[in-house]
Design a protein around this ligand. Structure first.
Ligand SMILES: Cc1cc2nc3c(=O)[nH]c(=O)nc-3n(C[C@H](O)[C@H](O)[C@H](O)COP(=O)(O)OP(=O)(O)OC[C@H]3O[C@@H](n4cnc5c(N)ncnc54)[C@H](O)[C@@H]3O)c2cc1C
Length: 361
């Protein structure tokens, strides 16, 4: 293993930034490119797990330093309009299992911490293709002029370029799994009507449609729906709502069998995609980035198996959560509702669930 490897990170989302930061923290400065002209502030994740905060704290990014992160202490759960449970969230190892905080803001902190370590994201530079030889990997990219130009030779290329990864495609790494059937939507509103005593609310229906609401920041509410009209649902629940945006998307449950092929790795959504139910995509992306950098720079290629194993477990969990949300079976709905009604009275019953959410396992 080369002692001072040359590394190219493709994609400056959460996984790419986390990988680059861990490298820079260990004295290796990777090159990091992104095809966008600048950072996208359209929000995706709102929940940041305790395990992720503890991985990021060594870079100076924690609920204390970002200040406006909201600890997850309570969530309310309704079925066909009836309150099923108002669940006090049990602390995990003395901390809330997650804090609500907008993904775009978190990425901005990571990018700033990276710049302090002397690594700047090169925007408007899109990975195009590569050629691998015994000792290195030669990469070509499309630069802002539209020209396809050589980007240099590297020891490792890290594909952190999201669900439609060009790196994964160029490496011909199979992406196995299936699509969920629905068309999903996400919308965000400003409102002053969010209840003080809950940080997340789940509105389920017997027809299998579920609306998940969270408060990424004071005065803001994000709604994710496994149907097409999240904005309409939000504006009917909050009478003072002003819509910030609505987006539509499809959801798949897919992963690579193994995240490495030769000198190419894929991490984050490039390696696995899943339903947003259970809120684990961002958390797994950051865990992947930090864990791969630690393993790769220590020369420990067993990290390949560790990444694949964690992804398998997290995808199993989020698929289970999706099934519980979207079920139309009366029997399963009754069992689910009874369980959560008990958990509201005896929060330790739901500790296993919040431990997985916390990422501390
Ligand atoms: C509505 C919604 C809600 C969600 N809520 C949660 C939640 O609450 N909690 C949670 O943990 N997760 C959540 N997620 C999932 C989470 O947002 C993703 O898993 C996470 O963004 C993955 O990060 P990433 O860095 O792997 O990929 P991305 O965020 O997709 O970043 C990839 C980057 O690569 C760049 N790129 C792409 N192609 C190229 C190329 N050819 N060359 C160079 N750069 C390229 C892109 O411009 C982008 O900046 C949610 C997702 C959605 C859609």
């Amino acid at each position: 293993m080369v002692s001072n490897p040359k590394i190219l990170v493709v994609g400056a989302g959460a996984s790419g930034l986390a990988f680059a930061l861990e490298c820079a923290h260990r004295g290796i400065k990777p090159r990091i490119i992104d095809k966008r002209p600048n950072r996208s502030m359209i929000e995706k994740a709102t929940g940041v797990a305790a395990g992720v905060w503890s991985q990021l704290s060594k870079f100076g990014v924690s609920p204390k330093t970002v200040e406006t992160a909201i600890p997850m202490r309570n969530f309310a759960f309704y079925d066909d309009g009836e309150l099923v449970a108002n669940v006090p969230v049990p602390p995990i190892d003395g901390c809330p299992p997650a804090h609500l905080y907008p993904q775009g803001e978190l990425e901005r902190h990571l990018e700033r911490a990276l710049a302090i370590k002397g690594v700047e994201v090169e925007y408007s530079t899109a990975f195009h293709s590569y050629e691998e030889s015994k000792n290195s990997i030669l990469v070509r990219a499309q630069v802002s002029s539209g020209e396809i130009a050589p980007l240099g030779s590297y020891d490792w290329v890290i594909g952190a370029d999201g669900a439609h990864s060009a790196v994964r495609e160029a490496a011909e790494i199979p992406f196995i799994g299936r699509n969920y059937p629905e068309n999903w939507s996400v919308a965000e509103i400003t409102t002053n009507q969010w209840p003080q005593n809950a940080q997340a609310q789940l509105f389920l229906q017997s027809n299998g449609v579920g609306l998940f609401l969270s408060q990424p920041a004071a005065g803001l509410v994000q709604g994710i729906l496994n149907d097409e009209n999240a904005a309409r649902q939000l504006t009917s629940l909050f009478t003072d709502a002003e819509l910030r945006y609505e987006r539509h998307f499809t959801v798949a449950l897919k992963r690579v069998r193994t995240p490495r092929k030769g000198r190419v790795w894929v991490i984050g959504d490039a390696a696995h995609v899943q339903s947003p139910v259970g809120g684990q995509g961002l958390n797994l992306a950051i865990w992947d980035g930090v864990t791969l950098a630690e393993g790769l720079l220590a020369g420990d290629l067993k990290v390949e198996a560790a990444l694949a194993k964690r992804a398998r477990k997290v995808l199993f969990f989020t698929d289970f959560d999706y099934r519980m949300l979207a079920t139309q079976s009366t029997l399963i709905r009754n069992a689910r509702n009874t369980y959560w009604a008990y958990a509201a009275k005896h929060p330790s019953l739901a500790r296993w669930f919040f431990k997985i959410i916390s990422g501390v396992w």
